[in-house]
Design a protein around this ligand. Structure first.
Ligand SMILES: [Zn+2]
Length: 286
């Protein structure tokens, strides 16, 4: 099988009932690891449950572009696509198809990669995903995207009562991102008792919380090519937007920092370290 075979979803069932898992690859077309591992994931022998694999944005994947008309991973929230121009986009149309698949599943794993050359793998989920995410062998977990940057596959899954997980598998040009994407999928399926495998546990993953997304006002130029999780201190310069200097609002960490040539583009998100999972377990609010 090849990635293009998953333009329409492929589903297989184990011999007994169990969780329904949907794995998406290359919702962003220039992040090839997700699509490239779908054949290997789909080939895993299932012990139970239902596994569906689908190539997120086939046309953008073929073109090796993040998207063709607009960012597919924002189109799941109608608030992000109020105009007829957005609703006529190929990505909006694709989101409606993918919503239908998410509606018929329990857990969504969306496989992504970062444009940052030094990016290390991390998981995006909200608190309903911590029980799984903290055992998937990934050292960093980021929550808060559902509020700060709504409209992704995981946002839609969470909003409709499922569990949405998004794995950032490292730099999109790193061939090892494919291995990490496969390992992430394999860890999830084994935690759910769907395949025979023992994931390598990381004892105490760190949990970060997004608190701010900066959107360009004119054109944004980062001060440095910040790696994901680059630490900045309160009032450190992050970049310049036109003639305005953008500084850190507190001590924290930068993710997805990128230059923006026009207004209204996502320039970076800013996270605080929340806790590690052990301290969350100890806290009465945890
Ligand atoms: Zn992506």
């Amino acid at each position: 099988m090849k990635p293009e075979d998953f333009m329409t979803p492929k589903t297989k069932k184990g011999p007994i009932s169990g969780p329904r898992v949907l794995i998406l690859g290359s919702v962003h077309g220039n992040e090839p690891c997700g699509a490239n591992v779908l054949p290997d994931i789909f080939a895993l022998p299932l012990l139970r449950g239902t596994l569906t694999c689908v190539l997120g944005n086939p046309a953008a994947f073929r073109a090796n572009k993040r998207f063709l008309d607009t960012d597919l991973n924002r189109m799941f929230d109608e608030r992000n696509c109020p105009t007829s121009q957005e609703q006529n986009s190929r990505e909006y149309q694709r989101a409606q198809e993918l919503k239908n698949y998410i509606d018929h599943t329990d857990i969504v794993l969306d496989l992504h990669a970062s444009t940052s050359k030094t990016s290390e793998p991390f998981l995006i989920c909200e608190s309903n995903g911590y029980a799984l995410a903290t055992k998937m062998g990934i050292a960093k977990i980021v929550s808060g995207f559902d509020v700060i940057q709504p409209g992704g596959t995981d946002w839609y899954a969470n909003k409709t009562g499922k569990v949405g997980l998004c794995l950032e598998s490292g730099f999109l040009g790193d061939p090892f991102s494919t291995v990490r994407a496969f390992e992430g999928a394999r860890a999830l399926l084994s935690l759910l008792g769907m395949i025979e495998y023992e994931p390598i546990a990381i004892p105490d993953p760190m949990i970060y919380s997004l608190v701010w997304q900066y959107t360009s006002q004119r054109s944004f130029i980062p001060q440095n090519p910040f790696a994901d999780f680059a630490f900045v201190e309160d009032k450190d310069v992050i970049g310049r937007d036109g003639d305005v200097t953008i500084t850190a609002p507190a001590d924290g960490f930068l993710l997805f920092t990128r230059p923006c040539e026009a207004p209204n583009q996502e320039a970076f998100v800013f996270a605080r370290s929340l806790a590690n999972i052990a301290s969350l377990r100890e806290s009465p609010q945890g």
